[in-house]
Design a protein around this ligand. Structure first.
Ligand code: IYR
Length: 232
């Protein structure tokens, strides 16, 4: 995508502008908060399928995220094939057994108690799609030579946030899953060792009896997460 000889600054007029009134802005901000606060991380999925097109559009949205030097240091692998998902489940559960059998350490396991997680990961079979997020430590010019990427965790974190918001906006439910370690995903999904898997996102519709942990609804209030310096 990047040609070594085309690296130079060129500008175009801002192609898109919002022209909302102050009142409309506040309405939009409130409506978006209202939408986003209804996103829940869910572990129990129904067998309702999700079309490839919806996944494509949401990944397109993730790809609009800002990134260090606009290098877009991410790659997404979307999996719907049942046998493939099952292989990922088995490998994840193997890692997770070590984690929950003590590998995580006492403090971490205690912290997870209110979330109710364990090494059983049926959602990796049940959710119609798994999206694996990879972070690219370096990229390649068109001529095959390597260039370094910058702010990789930040960039991939933002893109993943865009993706979760896009999936929620499209009416889908997700689970952000982080087996530890995740290296097995490189081999299984045929991604180069320069890429680091950061997350498996299960995507689908919640089952009829889906639950969320009570603590998940306890978000910090605004005054606990915001300090304003406006001279007032
Ligand atoms: N990777 C494990 C453990 C886990 C860790 C954290 I931090 C969570 O918020 C949730 C789970 C798992 O996915 O079960």
């Amino acid at each position: 995508m990047f040609a070594r000889e085309h690296i130079e600054y060129k500008a175009l007029d801002l192609p898109d502008r919002n022209n909302l009134t102050d009142e409309q802005m506040l309405d939009e901000a409130k409506a978006f908060y209202d939408k986003m606060k209804r996103r829940h991380t869910v572990r129990d999925y129904s067998d309702r399928p999700v079309s490839r097109e919806v996944i494509d559009e949401c990944i397109r949205t993730a790809g609009t995220a800002p990134s260090g030097a606009n290098h877009q240091p991410w790659h997404f692998v979307a999996i719907s094939e049942a046998a493939f998902k099952h292989r990922i489940r088995l490998a994840s559960e193997e890692e997770e057994r070590r984690f929950y059998d003590g590998g995580a350490g006492e403090e971490w396991l205690k912290a997870l108690e209110p979330i109710g997680t364990n090494d059983d990961k049926p959602h990796l079979d049940m959710a119609p799609w798994l999206i694996v997020v990879f972070a690219q430590r370096w990229g390649h010019f068109d001529d095959g030579t390597r260039f370094k990427n910058y702010y990789v965790p930040e960039s991939v974190g933002i893109a993943t946030g865009f993706l979760l918001a896009a999936l929620h906006h499209a009416g889908l439910t997700t689970l952000t899953h982080t087996p530890n370690p995740m290296k097995f995903l490189n081999e299984m999904l045929d991604r180069p060792s320069s890429e680091k898997p950061t997350m498996i996102i299960a995507v689908g519709h919640p089952s009829k009896d889906a639950k969320v942990p009570v603590v998940a609804k306890m978000k910090k209030p605004l005054d606990a997460i915001l300090t304003v310096c406006d001279g007032a």
